[in-house]
Ligand binder design. Structure first.
Ligand code: FES
Length: 62
């Protein structure tokens, strides 16, 4: 679950983006959807394994 990830934990191993980096981008850019997050950060466009955590972080931001 998202709360189990620490700020410096990598949430998408294909891009090596950390939870903190991802949250900064979605907050700074006002991203709300998975598609927007994919376009801006490139998360979840390779293997797709991180879809759960990416969607959870986006949902928690609402
Ligand atoms: S872990 Fe995110 S696309 Fe592979």
């Amino acid at each position: 679950m998202a709360y189990q990830f620490k700020d410096d934990d990598v949430i998408c191993s294909c891009t090596n983006i950390t939870k903190k980096q991802f949250l900064k981008v979605i907050n700074d850019e006002g991203l709300e959807t998975l598609e927007q997050a994919r376009d801006e950060t490139r998360v979840n466009v390779a293997c797709g394994m991180c879809v759960y955590i990416v969607e959870k972080l986006l949902a928690d931001k609402q």
